[in-house]
Design a protein around this ligand. Structure first.
Ligand code: MG
Length: 157
């Protein structure tokens, strides 16, 4: 088995959709990004690529490529899973999303089931834990959102 970790941060701006773990969370601000700005999925893709030692999200899906403008991050995740699938399958995911507001707890189960579907996993193998940043720093002032992801992968049969 192999372990991988991923991290991502996005700036929050007024008038942008806030999409986390494939779920649109109602809020006045969202992620400024080339793609749909899904910070959790970006960290998850990097964790998967890191576990397999197959590069990083910026190499696979360059933000200079117009093909990925406003890209649906779930599609990028499914593409990553497909790329690794001849050699690796995902065992479990444990993630932390750091966001001052809004509260994410009502959306966590929907995020887990969407990510589990994209990873061909049982929802029980996908954990997502929301945290605040105690009102300090850029995340605590509501200027950014951050995600940390650990994954375990095992050889495909
Ligand atoms: Mg990103």
């Amino acid at each position: 088995m192999r372990i991988g970790q991923g991290w991502d941060l996005h700036r929050l701006e007024k008038g942008r959709p806030l999409i986390i773990g494939g779920v649109t969370v109602p809020f006045e601000k969202g992620c400024a990004a080339h793609s749909d700005g899904d910070v959790l999925i970006h960290a998850l893709i990097d964790a998967l690529l890191g576990a397999a030692a197959e590069g990083n999200i910026g190499i696979l899906f360059p933000d200079s490529d117009p093909q990925y403008k406003n890209a649906d991050s779930r599609e990028l995740l499914r593409e990553t899973v497909k790329r690794l699938s001849p050699r690796w399958k995902t065992v479990n995911v444990d993630a932390t999303v750091v966001l001052q507001a809004p509260k994410l707890n009502p959306f966590i189960d929907e995020m887990r089931s969407r990510l589990a579907a994209d990873l061909n996993l049982d929802t029980a193998a996908v954990s997502i834990k929301p945290k605040t940043h105690e009102k300090i720093g850029s995340v605590g002032r509501g200027e950014a959102v951050e995600a940390f992801v650990s994954v375990l992968i095992a050889p495909a049969e």
